[in-house]
Design a protein around this ligand. Structure first.
Ligand SMILES: Nc1ncnc2c1ncn2[C@@H]1O[C@H](COP(=O)(O)OP(=O)(O)OP(=O)(O)O)[C@@H](O)[C@H]1O
Length: 237
């Protein structure tokens, strides 16, 4: 579904991504893991066309994404920190997005489960961090996209809301979607992630199944497996 070839991104002299090769398919839930500043968000934004690669290609369903916009309709994005017009109410923001996309809301699972329907008159500027995250999650899933890119989606969510979001992610994987998720809360990922992509200093250190990673490290949990690799400095394929 998404094929990334030799993707490189430089900000001035700094190389944030260094020749990433990666293929991601529907029905997979791919965790992007790596230390702060390793390039996870830059990689996600490159797939979204929000960051222009310095070199390399991104192919979405067989087509290079350069100068393409229509493919974005198939991707739902939940940013690390959602930026919205702060004077608008939640209802106005949701209506504006439906207007721009020219589509009705097709998936209201999260909208109902998070109780966003009861907060519609609240202005964005007044929302708590967690409620802002819930609005971002509702928007990402709203148009039933084939691909979901979720950047630290559970940051700021309370435990109940985290479980609601995890259940929704599992449901969508079951429906054949590709989920790309970055999180530092590795315990959140264990239940549903199928593939692990580990980035460090802009390099792809490994891409393997969660099962394989656990077997290779002799551990039962993702957090333990990653700790083992970092301690043993064994981050090669
Ligand atoms: N617009 C930009 N201009 C300059 N440098 C940037 C820009 N965007 C990202 N970077 C740099 O690129 C590197 C990778 O950043 P990125 O946000 O992709 O990391 P990350 O893995 O998502 O980190 P975190 O876990 O902290 O969210 C960082 O050193 C960051 O400072």
């Amino acid at each position: 579904m998404i094929n990334i070839q030799q993707l490189t991104k430089s900000f001035g002299k700094f190389n944030a991504l260094k020749g990433i090769d990666l293929t991601l398919n529907g029905g997979e839930c791919v965790a992007l893991i790596g230390p702060n500043g390793s390039g996870k968000t830059t990689l996600m934004k490159s797939i979204l066309g929000m960051v222009m690669p310095s070199a390399g290609r991104i192919i979405f369903e067989g087509q290079d994404i350069v100068q393409q916009w229509a493919y974005r309709n198939h991707i739902g994005y939940m940013p690390q920190i959602g930026q919205y017009p702060e004077n608008m109410s939640i209802a106005q923001v949701l209506d504006m997005i439906k207007d721009i996309r020219k589509l009705p809301q097709m998936d209201s699972d999260l909208y109902q489960a998070f109780g966003v329907d009861k907060l519609l008159e609240k202005r964005m500027a007044t929302l708590s961090g967690g409620t802002r995250q819930k609005v971002s999650a509702c928007i990402a899933f709203m148009f039933d996209p084939k691909v979901l890119i979720l950047d630290e989606p559970t940051a700021g969510l309370d435990p109940l809301s985290t479980e609601i979001l995890k259940d929704k992610i599992k449901k969508e994987i079951g429906r054949g979607k590709l989920i790309i998720i970055s999180s530092h809360v590795l315990s959140d990922l264990d239940e549903f992630v199928s593939q692990i992509v580990f980035l460090q200093e802009g390099e792809l250190k490994f891409h393997k199944s969660l099962q394989q990673l656990k077997e290779d490290t002799g551990t039962e949990k993702l957090s333990k497996a990653i700790a083992y690799l970092i301690q043993n400095r064994d981050l090669s394929n």
